[in-house]
Design a protein around this ligand. Sequence first.
Ligand SMILES: [Zn+2]
Length: 260
Amino acid sequence: MVGLQLTGLAKFVGDNMFKYIFIFILFIFVTIACSQQIVIVPNSFTSPTIYRSETAIPESNEYHKQQQNQQPIEVQASQLVDIESINKKIILDIKYATKNNFLKQKLYPESRCILRYSTAKKLVQVQENLKQKKLGLKVYDCYRPISVQKKMWQVLPDDKYVANPARGSRHNRGAAVDITLVDSKGQKLEMPSQFDEFSVKSHRNYKGGSLTSRKNRQLLEDAMKKQGFIGLATEWWHFDAPEWESYPITDIPFEKIPTS
Ligand SMILES: [Zn+2]
């Protein structure tokens, strides 16, 4: 009985041998196909990168060509610019954007140093030169619209302290700065007087005070003079750009001047 069953089994296997071989080959084929598919899939992730970069190269070359063909945007020397759009290292301490000034009034809507482009470039050069001495600049005031000058005059109509708006200040032309020196940590250096201190101590030829303060004042003056700035005799912090006369008294408000 068992012998009969085995014989039947052998016959069954024999009869279906080709089926099994076919199924086995099919299995192997599918496995290989699938494994190739698996290889293809990651390739399909990596190849687009190559594809993109291959196509990006001519595109970007074209882009660069276009960029090169474009003329650089010319900034006119007279254009009012924000100093931070040229140099972010110059420290701002714009007193008239706070109440911490001799008029005890906030006169500027924002703390910004705006100057004529030609003046701003010179100031940035001063900052660059000072780096060699591990020093930098801190600005107290730059461009001041004439309407603000008029407000100042209303508060204190005395030309010992405030420029008469009838004549205007060089700050109104965007070609003057009030400035001091700072060390590498941004700490201001000792000067013979405070900013906007209206006394003989603020005079450029004041012989009093400490030797260090006078040396610092001279250091600032030398650095500014090297770029052509002209110091005001009665205020060690005030400097006019050499081209100040080229620019008119102006009343463009701060908010009309781009930040960058
Ligand atoms: Zn000034």
